[in-house]
Design a protein around this ligand. Structure first.
Ligand code: GTP
Ligand code: MG
Length: 238
């Protein structure tokens, strides 16, 4: 965060998170203090992400042995930076306290899984949903119901227990599962929105909308082709 570019609301959030009420405090100093506070706060999310990474790694290895193709193409994780946590706190009108952030910002720990076929997306999601230690907090199926701009993806928010030395914490992790075609589109669309600072020219939005249709049709054609290639894969055994 660049102190001189912070909005008034962001400055208020920074001041609250730093536990200062006095006006005219040094913003740089407050930001440094928040960075220190968030080191511990973010650690739990890192551990949650580690747990989910292990789970998905296990699924991937087992799938690889059981299926004629690998249902998981690629896995990527990210932890939200302190800056974007503060930005989201302000954008979502979230109270600027660690408790409120913990309760309301569910994508501090994020994983993205890309799969070759649409069916694989649900295969991976179902395998995760069957895991007894995970609590499903949220499902958003933008494949069944794409966003108006054409965005497709399956989003799960799960809570995973993390066993610390002195206590157990439940950590939310957002898992985005999508096909390679969906991911290709979403990456380009994200870049475009970034480039135009959210104000993408209408003709480019139309182009993205068309490409979304092409991506969707690619997924459908690949599913049809796959049916020709091989009989449906067996479900993995124990
Ligand atoms: P955020 O405040 O952005 O997290 O949105 P949300 O809390 O309403 O949740 P939603 O499930 O809509 O989006 C969560 C995440 O999915 C976003 O942070 C993006 O990573 C991704 N996403 C959602 N919509 C789009 C989109 O239209 N384009 C792209 N490229 N990504 C999207
Ligand atoms: Mg998000």
């Amino acid at each position: 965060l660049v102190p001189s570019q912070l909005s008034a609301r962001a400055v208020d959030a920074v001041r609250a998170l730093a536990g200062r009420d006095a006006e005219g405090e040094d913003l740089d100093e407050m930001l440094k203090q928040i960075q220190r506070t968030f080191v511990t706060f973010r650690l739990e999310y890192k551990f949650g992400l580690d747990e989910i990474t292990t789970k998905v790694g296990i699924l991937r290895e087992q799938f690889d042995l059981t299926y004629d193709h690998s249902p998981i193409e690629h896995v990527k994780t990210r932890l939200k930076s302190v800056d974007s946590m503060i930005e989201k706190t302000v954008r979502k009108n979230c109270e600027p306290t660690l408790e409120a952030i913990r309760a309301n910002i569910l994508d501090i720990a994020g994983m993205r899984v890309t799969c070759p076929y649409v069916e694989d997306v649900y295969l991976v999601a179902d395998a995760l949903r069957r895991q007894g230690d995970l609590t499903l907090l949220q499902v958003k199926d933008y494949i069944a119901e794409p966003k108006p701009n054409g965005y497709r993806s399956l989003h799960l928010v799960v809570e995973v227990p993390v066993f610390l030395a002195d206590r157990t914490v439940q950590v939310p992790v957002e898992i985005q599962i999508r096909t390679i075609a969906m991911d290709f589109w979403a990456s380009a669309e994200h870049e475009l929105r970034y480039k135009f600072a959210g104000d993408v020219p209408p003709e480019l939005s139309r182009t993205m909308s068309e490409i979304a249709g092409t991506a969707r049709s690619l997924d459908e054609q690949m599913t049809a082709l796959r049916a020709e290639l091989a009989p449906p894969s067996p479900r993995p055994g124990p």
